[in-house]
Design a protein around this ligand. Sequence first.
Ligand SMILES: NC(=O)c1ccc[n+]([C@@H]2O[C@H](COP(=O)([O-])OP(=O)(O)OC[C@H]3O[C@@H](n4cnc5c(N)ncnc54)[C@H](OP(=O)(O)O)[C@@H]3O)[C@@H](O)[C@H]2O)c1
Length: 342
Amino acid sequence: MAAPTTTFRRAGRTGLDLPAVSLGLWQGFGDDRPEERQREIVLHAVERGITHLDLANNYGPPPGAAEAFVGRLLRTALRGRRHELVLTTKAGYRQWPGPYGEHGSRKYLLASLDASLERLGVDHVDVFYSHRFDPRTPLAETLGALATAVASGRARHAGISSYSATRTLEALEVARGLGLTLAVHQPSWSMLNRWVEEPTAPDGRSLLDVVGDAGMGLVAFSPLAQGLLTQKYLDGVPEGSRASRAASFDPAWITPEVRARVRGLDAVARGRGESLARTAIAWVLRDPRTTSVLVGASSVAQLDDSLGALASPPFTAEELAAIDEHAVDSGVNLWGSRSSDL
Ligand SMILES: NC(=O)c1ccc[n+]([C@@H]2O[C@H](COP(=O)([O-])OP(=O)(O)OC[C@H]3O[C@@H](n4cnc5c(N)ncnc54)[C@H](OP(=O)(O)O)[C@@H]3O)[C@@H](O)[C@H]2O)c1
């Protein structure tokens, strides 16, 4: 398949450019999958201009395995190419046992960043994220740790992930006081998970508005709702699929109503002459505030399908109206009740 040229988008009012479609290594890049397949996917991505690889301390299994894998690539097939890549990592979820192994304390965040750098074998990441809001730690401490990461050169930029509109406004204010720029926000967003569009800030703005107005970049994750927004679950749950592993994707989410919505969205995609995955990604990319859409892939073919979104035709008003009919929240936002609603 011919490679569409990657397009880059500027992250808000920062100096950071990201490919419109980026690759995330949350699942499929741990010790439970053949490393040869992982290498094939990541090297194919880089070859196709996906310069941004998104990681976190806990991506595996076991936690840290995805970073260690990328570290091995940087010492072998990607040797000498660190400067071409944007490597991002996060801390917030459980990484090791005990009270210092998760959430948003200074002690945990900076220890975790150091461990990430060691696994990756690099002296800095491009973005270090607070992975989730921590209600038990003052924001000044969490953001102060991000400021230290940037000031010490261990991170080029700071970001936050899954913070609600209200918490984002608070974080922006605290960051301003610290002289810290929050370069990017990373929330979940898809046609079946639209919380970022809701007017939830005290002043009636949505998270998208808050992020856009603040000049932050927006990196949207799980645009395919973990694979639900493809054709794979239309007639069941295929063996080996993410839902069949029933870890982060509960197959019980695929109710007859949800399947009917996916069918409706698939019909719109067919009308556009493309796969549902492409339409789902293009739909998130159509918002000018979107800097990048973070996809996962368990094969090169899936990645190529997703990258096809870069060549998707613009949406007509009729298509957008038809999408809105079916694109309703479907209980697939794993991250909502954990931090974004706090
Ligand atoms: N900040 C956070 O808290 C957070 C949380 C979640 C994710 N993320 C980031 O976002 C990235 C992407 O998340 P995600 O993996 O959930 O994204 P996604 O793109 O919504 O789902 C990817 C999964 O869908 C399936 N798939 C992909 N393309 C397909 C296609 N063309 N046809 C059929 N199935 C297809 C694959 O699963 P199977 O083949 O295995 O079924 C693939 O692993 C993560 O890797 C991570 O970097 C961040």
